[in-house]
Design a protein around this ligand. Structure first.
Ligand code: BGC
Length: 747
């Protein structure tokens, strides 16, 4: 009865609030929906301080574990109205059960928000983000997020902790696999595409979910590539390299932002007013809500900026952090802080409104169970259409790094192929880390994919070696089958747990004795193809020298084997390009294409220039690099004008011709260099690209338009804008092999 009365009173307050709002609200200038704002205010007015704090508290269920600490009492917390959101709980039935506790057993019946790391698929697992980024196919990346949202929402989820938009130039850092690579421009476009995919046009739509851009900010710059480590950088580098993907996600409408674990210039992100109040809320006018990363408020104690839990909570709420994930610090300390007048209740009201707003936007107050639907779950998860999309994305995510003498594609008439290596008959690693509710036993291994595709070819398998350790006892069998084969496919790399969170490495060469195995096999003189599966750029100079062909497959998800079989046997022509530089030596790290020239640019014949004495400056594979089974010829570059003003533009055109015998796709890339600036400028920066399909012999003209926006940067006084002067425009199929022309931006 009590519950019924409260529900009724909420409804009545809504009705009167709406009435007042309809009569008095002026036009909506803030970007908020006035109808929802009125509802939020009316719910807030009913809430006690403890109930508000409950909305700012997020706990994990014990269904999955993504951090060190669990809280066994989370169900009691729900019943007590002391938790507003739950993560790591999914499934139509389980989410309904928990939602019933919140709706039926608490005083106000405010529905829970269910979050989860739906990073690259929910049940149907797509390629890891770094792999998808290799496709340079924004529409497909949007599509896979859309499908992930369809499956996740059918299992009761409302909110994903994705996309991860941390730029990283640090291959030692395991989380590089979760992002889109080293480039802020590409990263920004991908971040926005992912947000559109997850959130769609309307959050109320049952198939869309709230997205989270994470981790704010500069997490990808952890010193020495060690996870959670300090970052310290200029405001210029922060804004030029690390922030653009967050801004793009916000412009695309992302509704939540997650803090990062690192400290930035001495202030941990989770207590960083500059990041959250000044940049996020003031400058960017972000209207959504901010959640911490796992126990990040508690970690303020270890960072050494908070004396005790109350102090840590005070720092976080003052910095503008709305919801605490898992440490319970808000739950345990905020009320006391208000009582002691250390913080104003206004701060708590603000944060609570930010959380309630999203619940309204998702339609949870209308029907808290609308996402927990067993029939929809059955119909949606892993349906054929989703698996087809996964396979398409997987194929597009593979990069051909080497292909001497057209070793690939293999002929379908080949008789015997030796399939060797620890990644060959392997299902678990295929779905990578952060594989949500993905079931690895449903993933297609390379070996299975090959056998399914070509039952008449004799595929013989030997593991040869593990990924780790120095056991060489499998070499003999591997060599035996290789000796009798017409070609050898070597599936080698890193296990899924060697990248991802808390998986930094000091050595980024192929682990274990895999390289040794590859070299032994290569000595047989048979066509040898390395298929790499790994979560970071690796130092693979020797493989590059010795293998006939190399495919970078990263972790391709549920349909790995099917996708790779199509590529290896020529039913799909690889079209991926590297979103991250492959160093030749670990000592070159950080190495990225958009370096500065320095005052002593590299000259191999001059001692006192910027270089190494024991290795070249050049990486093994440059950013944007990737081959095809066909070849593309670039015609001459032409500009519509060699001068422009801030208000006009220049068209850059180039003819691209497919000169090989296969149809294929090419990512035509445009880079710009500002020759002289008030501050030093990178040697080139990606400013456009287009992925085009060309039949054999076909020619297409690609036209890019350069506008003043492409020439802007943070000038000496930190204002954002362009400077008149000379620029170089480069176009090509990667960041090194380009043609160039110059133009001038007039005053
Ligand atoms: C990770 C986040 C993730 C969270 C919840 C943390 O350890 O850093 O990226 O969203 O756990 O699973």
């Amino acid at each position: 009865m009590k519950i019924f009365k409260n529900k009724l009173s909420i409804t009545m307050i809504f009705a009167s609030a709406l009435l007042i709002q309809a009569c008095t609200t002026p036009s909506n200038k803030s970007g908020y929906d006035p109808v929802i704002e009125a509802k939020v205010d009316s719910v807030l007015s009913l809430m006690t301080l403890d109930e508000k704090i409950g909305q700012l508290t997020l706990y994990t269920s014990d269904m999955d574990q993504t951090g060190a600490f669990l809280r066994p009492e989370y169900k009691e917390d729900i019943r007590a109205g002391e938790v507003g959101a739950i993560f790591n709980a999914y499934g139509a039935e389980y989410t309904r059960e928990l939602q019933e506790m919140a709706v039926n057993e608490t005083r106000l019946g405010i529905p829970l928000l269910f979050g989860y790391d739906v990073v690259h698929g929910h049940r149907t697992i797509f390629p890891m983000p770094l792999a998808e980024a290799s496709s340079w196919d924004l529409d497909m990346m949007e599509e896979t997020a859309r499908v992930a949202a369809r499956e996740a929402t059918a299992e009761g989820l409302h909110w994903t902790f994705a996309p991860m938009v941390d730029v990283s130039r640090e291959p030692r850092w395991g989380r590089i696999v979760e992002g889109s690579g080293e480039d802020p421009y590409l990263g920004a476009l991908i971040g926005a595409a992912k947000v559109r995919g997850f959130q769609g046009d309307d959050l109320r739509d049952l198939h869309t979910m709230a997205a989270t851009a994470k981790h704010f900010a500069a997490y990808g710059a952890a010193k020495a590539g060690r996870d959670y480590h300090t970052t310290d950088m200029s405001d210029r580098e922060l804004r030029e390299v690390y922030l653009p993907p967050f801004k793009a996600a916000i412009d695309a409408g992302v509704v939540s932002i997650m803090t990062s674990f690192n400290d930035l210039n001495g202030v941990p992100a989770t207590a960083n007013e500059y990041l959250f109040r000044d940049i996020l809320r003031e400058e960017w006018e972000f209207k959504g809500f901010v959640v911490t990363d796992y126990t990040a408020i508690m970690e303020l104690l270890y960072h050494g900026v908070a004396e005790d839990p109350a102090h840590a909570s005070e720092l976080a709420i003052k910095a503008g952090i709305d919801m605490s994930m898992q440490d319970g610090f808000y739950h345990q300390n905020l009320a006391q802080l208000v009582e002691e007048d250390r913080i104003s209740e206004r701060l708590i009201n603000e944060a609570t409104k930010n959380v309630l707003r999203i619940k309204f936007q998702l339609g949870l107050f209308d029907d808290p169970f609308r996402y927990s639907d067993v029939d929809r779950q059955k119909a949606e998860v892993m349906k054929d259409e989703h698996l087809e999309i996964a396979k398409k994305m997987a194929k597009r995510s593979v990069i051909l790094l080497k292909n001497d003498d057209q070793t690939l594609p293999l002929s379908k008439n080949i008789q015997t192929v030796a399939v060797i290596g620890p990644m060959a008959d392997n299902q678990r690693d295929m779905i990578g880390s952060w594989s949500a509710a993905g079931d690895w036993s449903k993933s297609v291994s390379l070996l299975e994919g090959l056998k399914n595709k070509l039952p008449d070819v004799n595929f013989v398998y030997a593991k040869g070696a593990e990924t780790t350790g120095d056991d060489r006892s499998g070499f003999r069998e591997a060599l035996r089958i290789a000796r009798n084969a017409d070609a050898i496919i070597l599936a080698i790399g890193e296990n899924y747990w060697m990248s991802g969170e808390a998986a930094s490495k000091v050595d980024i060469s192929l682990p274990g004795v895999q390289e040794e195995l590859a070299l032994e096999i290569e000595k047989l003189g048979k066509p040898t193809i390395a298929v790499l599966m790994n979560g970071r750029p690796l130092t693979i100079n020797t493989l590059d020298e010795k293998m006939d062909a190399i495919l970078e497959a990263w972790y391709l998800g549920t349909t790995t084997g099917d996708a790779l079989a199509d590529i290896l046997f020529g039913d799909y022509n690889p079209s991926g390009k590297l979103p991250v530089t492959f160093p030749a030596h670990l000592g070159q790290v950080p190495i990225h294409y958009d370096m500065k020239n320095t005052g002593r640019p590299m000259d191999p014949n001059q001692k006192y220039t910027s270089k190494y004495i024991d290795a070249p400056n050049e990486p093994l594979y440059v950013f944007g690099y990737g081959l095809s089974y066909t070849t593309f010829d670039y015609g001459a570059l032409s500009l519509s004008s060699t001068t422009m003003t801030q208000s006009d533009s220049i068209d850059v055109s180039i003819e691209v011709r497919n000169t090989g015998k296969y149809a294929g796709e090419e990512v035509v890339q445009l880079y710009i260099q500002d020759k002289v600036g008030s501050v030093t400028r990178p040697v080139k920066e990606l400013k456009g690209f287009e992925k085009i399909h060309l039949e054999s012999g076909e020619t297409k003209v690609v036209v890019f338009t350069i506008t003043n926006d492409d020439l802007k940067f943070y000038r000496k006084n930190m204002t954002y804008g362009s400077e008149a002067g000379e620029f170089v425009v480069y176009v090509g199929g990667n960041s090194r092999d380009v043609q160039s022309m110059e133009f001038e931006l007039l005053e």
